[in-house]
Design a protein around this ligand. Structure first.
Ligand code: FAD
Length: 307
C-alpha cells in the first residue's frame, strides 16, 4: 500500500508526534511525507523510513492544508493518508477524508496489524479493532501511543510541491505558545506530574514544581483546578482536556473521577498519591502511596534528587 504522511514541523524538524506518524505509515507501505513550510534537510523523516518529502508552501490555513494533502495523495496514488492526532492533524484529517471520499480511523494507538487498526473507544475504557471499508483511508495516530520508530539511517529526497489551494479563509493574527517553563509540551511529555484539588490552593504548587523539576517532568492538573484558576487551562487533562499517554503519570491529590481517567489511563505507569485509601484512582494505579501530599511529595522529591 502507498501512503502519504502529513507531518507537522517545528524549526524545520518533524515533531515527535510527526515522526511516530511517519514511522507508522512506513510500517504500512511505501511512504511519501508532505510538509508545509520550513524544512531542515529532510526534517529527520528519511531516518524513520520515509522515501521522499514533498515540501508545500508555508502559512496555510486548515482548509488549504486539507487541499494540499489531498492533492499530494492524488499525485502519489496513495491509498492511505496518515497524520498525528494532534491539533493540526485533527483539523486536517477530516477535511482530507471528505476530499478523498475516504474512511477516517482516528486516534490509532498501536502498530498496524495487517489491515486492521487499534483505537480507544468509550473514553479509553475499551479498545476496538477497526478496518477500512473504502478504497482509501485516512488514519490519525495518537501521540506517545505507538512509540518512536527505529532509525533506519536513511535520508529522504525533498521536492517542492504545490496545488490549487484556494483562498485562505482564516487569518492567524498571532500565535503564542503557552509557557511550559522549558518543560516538554504536555501532549509530547514522557513524564508528567499532575495535581488536583487535594493541593488546597495555588500557593501550594511549589512542591509539585519541585518534584517535576527533580524528574524532568511536565506539570498537569485536574479540571476543577484549572476551572478555578489555580493552574492554566493548557495543563488540564481528561475527557474535556488534553488526553495524554506518558511513560509515567504521577497523580497527587486527584480523586480519579472517570472523566479524569479518560485522559490519562493510557499512561504506561501510573503512580497515585492520595490521603484517602478509598480514592478511585488507586484502582487504576500501578503504584500507590496512601498519605498526605504535603508530607509525601517533598520526601519523594528528595529521593529523586538523591538518585
Ligand atoms: C462532563 C464532565 C467532564 C469532565 N471532564 C473532566 C476532565 O477532563 N478532567 C478532570 O480532571 N475532571 C473532569 N471532570 C470533573 C471530574 O468529574 C471530577 O470532578 C474532577 O476530576 C475532580 O478533581 P479532583 O480529583 O482534583 O478533586 P476532588 O474530587 O475534590 O478530589 C481531591 C482528592 O484529593 C485528595 N486529597 C485531599 N487532600 C489531600 C492531601 N493533603 N494529600 C493527598 N490527597 C489529598 C482527596 O482524598 C481526593 O481524592 C468532568 C466532569 C464532567 C461532569
Amino acid at each position: 500500500m502507498k501512503c502519504i504522511a502529513f507531518i507537522q514541523t517545528k524549526g524545520g524538524q518533524a515533531t515527535k508526534a510527526g515522526l511516530e506518524a511517519a514511522g507508522f505509515a512506513a510500517a504500512i507501505g511505501e511512504t511519501v511525507a508532505i510538509v508545509s513550510g520550513e524544512l531542515n534537510g529532510d526534517g529527520g523523516l528519511g531516518a524513520v523510513g520515509v522515501g521522499r518529502v514533498l515540501q508545500g508552501p508555508a502559512d496555510l490555513d486548515d482548509g488549504q492544508l486539507g487541499r494540499l494533502v489531498a492533492a499530494a495523495a492524488d499525485q502519489e496514488g496513495a491509498q492511505a493518508v496518515v497524520c498525528a492526532q494532534d491539533h493540526l492533524g485533527k483539523a486536517v484529517a477530516g477535511r482530507v477524508a471528505v476530499r478523498l471520499n475516504a474512511g477516517l480511523i482516528a486516534g490509532v494507538t498501536a502498530a498496524p496489524n495487517g489491515d486492521s487498526y487499534t483505537r480507544n473507544v468509550f473514553s479509553g475504557k475499551a479498545t476496538a479493532q477497526v478496518k477500512g471499508a473504502t478504497d482509501r483511508l485516512v488514519i490519525t495516530t495518537t501521540p506517545n501511543a505507538i512509540g518512536m520508530p527505529e532509525a533506519t539511517g536513511g535520508t529522504a529526497a525533498v521536492e517542492a510541491f504545490n496545488a490549487d489551494l484556494g483562498d485562505r479563509k482564516v487569518q492567524v493574527l498571532e500565535a503564542a505558545a503557552p509557557s511550559t517553563g522549558g518543560r516538554a509540551p504536555l501532549p509530547e511529555a514522557e513524564l508528567v506530574v499532575s495535581a488536583g484539588r487535594g493541593l488546597k490552593g495555588p500557593e501550594n504548587w511549589g512542591i509539585i514544581e519541585d518534584l517535576a523539576d527533580a524528574v524532568g517532568a511536565t506539570t498537569a492538573c485536574s479540571r476543577p483546578v484549572s476551572d478555578i484558576g489555580w493552574r492554566p487551562h493548557h495543563e488540564h487533562v481528561g475527557q474535556t482536556g488534553i488526553a495524554i499517554r506518558p511513560n509515567l503519570y504521577i497523580a497527587i491529590g486527584i480523586s480519579g473521577a472517570i472523566q479524569h481517567l479518560a485522559g490519562v489511563n493510557g499512561s504506561k505507569v501510573i503512580v497515585v498519591i492520595n490521603k484517602d485509601p478509598e480514592a478511585p484512582f488507586f484502582k487504576a494505579a500501578d503504584y500507590g502511596i496512601v498519605g498526605d501530599a504535603f508530607e509525601v511529595v517533598p520526601k519523594l522529591t528528595e529521593a529523586f534528587k538523591a538518585l
